[in-house]
Design a binder for this molecule. Structure first.
Ligand code: TRP
Ligand code: ZN
Ligand code: CA
Length: 442
């Protein structure tokens, strides 16, 4: 069946977006690109082995099974979980600290693991709550985030990473009692230390069995880091809205620390539009075992856990080793340019002057195009002599919003000076947008 998209309303097109007849084949712009540039981070993060993450989950499951079926605050399964993670981190060369607090008459524990080195005035943190509710073993909530952060920390050690920032990983106690452990940590962090924390990344429920791909929208730079990762996988994301402030990032956000994170959904129901783009079952909760005894190792979607574990590593590598770009090397155009629906290409120009020689082999183009169906959009970078470098092809079934991405182009055969253009064409009808801004970094 061949569908003419112009005749199909947006809502219906969402429902049919997976159909192969909507593929990009006939929709690609006529001009042949000189090269297809891939979005690429400065320093590639390793692939986090799913098997390792799942091995941690098996251990958390065994700990719960041996301790009355849970890993809740004040119960022996919680302390056993702390001991398990601490031993792994100690063996990998982390400096670990167990912070004690009291809540509901029981002793609670936070585990903090510092990776030696990095700028002590720029601390990048990643954390997850390690406690379960008392009604179950808490494997998705939140063995998943705990295991993903743990395996990322171990990957930092395997790589013997020497990031610019100081890296600190944390596992919080008593989250289920009201973010108790993370609040305690933040409250006891002297003001001078708080201001050194450049970001806190939170991972609470990242392997839900009927998963969605939700990104916290608190800090734009952190949000972009996660969205770029998912854009690279061609997996659409949505903003996390299932109870904002319901996890440990709130403790940090409340004192002005930039936060971000990932989430695959709890008790909310997956809509048919979400099932269309992510797979899974519409009309069913993202996690039907949320806070239940069935939150076992069977309550995990491997693909979601795998992607989100890799996303944690991507964020740590990208944000931890982020070299600030000397301002003199960047050129930006922030003027909005409307992109006509299914129409002719439009351009936005950046005039580069005062440089010597050619552009680098790693010319960076940061593109910010706002659009209600990014699959419609074809993007090229035009060198001053008109040579086109394809940044992004159309893809009829990519229904996500916006093209907010960083591309690296080998432009070493192009003189740096001159009028560089971002050329954008919308090649399918109905959804529209505009160039918000773009930036070239030499
Ligand atoms: N923190 C909640 C719990 O542990 C789960 C949760 C609900 C959540 N909404 C969220 C986590 C939004 C992160 C973001 O039970
Ligand atoms: Zn919970
Ligand atoms: Ca369109």
């Amino acid at each position: 069946m061949r569908l003419s998209r112009s005749a199909v309303p947006r809502a219906l097109r969402r429902a049919t977006a997976g159909v192969a007849t909507l593929a990009a084949a006939g929709l690609i712009a006529a001009t042949a690109p000189a090269a297809l540039a891939a979005p690429s981070p400065t320093l590639a993060a390793p692939d986090i082995p799913l098997a390792n993450v799942k091995a941690h989950l098996s251990q958390f499951q065994s700990i719960a099974s041996a301790n009355g079926g849970n890993r809740a605050h004040g119960r022996p399964g919680y302390k056993a979980s702390i001991d398990y993670a601490k031993a792994k981190l100690d063996a990998a060369g982390f400096t670990t600290t167990v912070q004690q607090f009291t809540s509901s008459g029981a002793t609670g524990y936070n585990l903090v693991a510092d990776w030696p080195g990095g700028d002590p005035n720029q601390v990048l943190m990643a954390g997850a709550h390690l406690d379960s509710v008392s009604s179950g073993p808490g494997i998705n909530d939140n063995g998943s985030g705990s295991a993903g952060v743990l395996e990322t920390a171990l990957a930092v050690s395997r790589a013997q990473l020497q990031p610019e920032k100081h890296l600190r990983f944390a596992w919080w106690g008593a989250e289920e009692l009201g973010l108790v452990g993370s609040k305690y940590y933040v409250n006891n962090l002297p003001t001078a230390e708080r201001s050194k924390v450049s970001g806190y990344l939170n991972f609470d429920m990242i392997g839900s069995p009927n998963p969605g791909y939700f990104v916290y929208d608190d800090d734009p730079a952190i949000e972009k880091t996660f969205k770029d990762f998912y854009a690279g996988l061609n997996v659409p994301t949505e903003i996390e809205t299932e109870g904002d402030g319901r996890s440990d990032h709130a403790s940090f956000k409340n004192v002005g620390i930039p936060v971000g994170g990932l989430f695959t959904g709890a008790s909310r129901t997956k809509t048919s539009a979400q099932a269309q783009k992510w797979g899974g079952t519409a009309g069913q909760a993202f996690d039907r075992c949320y806070h239940s005894s069935c939150d076992t190792t069977a309550n995990i979607n491997d693909t979601a856990l795998d992607r989100n574990s890799d996303a944690i590593a991507h964020a740590i590598w990208t944000l931890g080793t982020d070299t600030p770009v000397p301002p003199g090397d960047s050129y930006e155009n922030t003027a909005d340019v409307t992109i006509p629906d299914n129409g002719t290409a439009v351009t936005s120009t950046i005039n580069v002057t005062g440089r010597t020689g050619n552009a680098p082999a790693t010319l960076r183009a940061d593109v910010d195009i706002r659009h209600t169906w990014r699959g419609d959009v074809v993007v090229d970078l035009l060198a001053p002599d008109g040579t086109a470098y394809r940044l992004k092809n159309s893809s009829g079934n990519d229904s996500a919003d916006n093209v907010i991405a960083t591309y690296t182009v080998n432009a070493s055969s192009e003189p740096a000076n001159g009028a560089w253009k971002l050329r954008v064409q919308d090649v399918a009808s109905q959804d529209t947008g505009y160039i918000n801004s773009w930036k070239l970094t030499f």
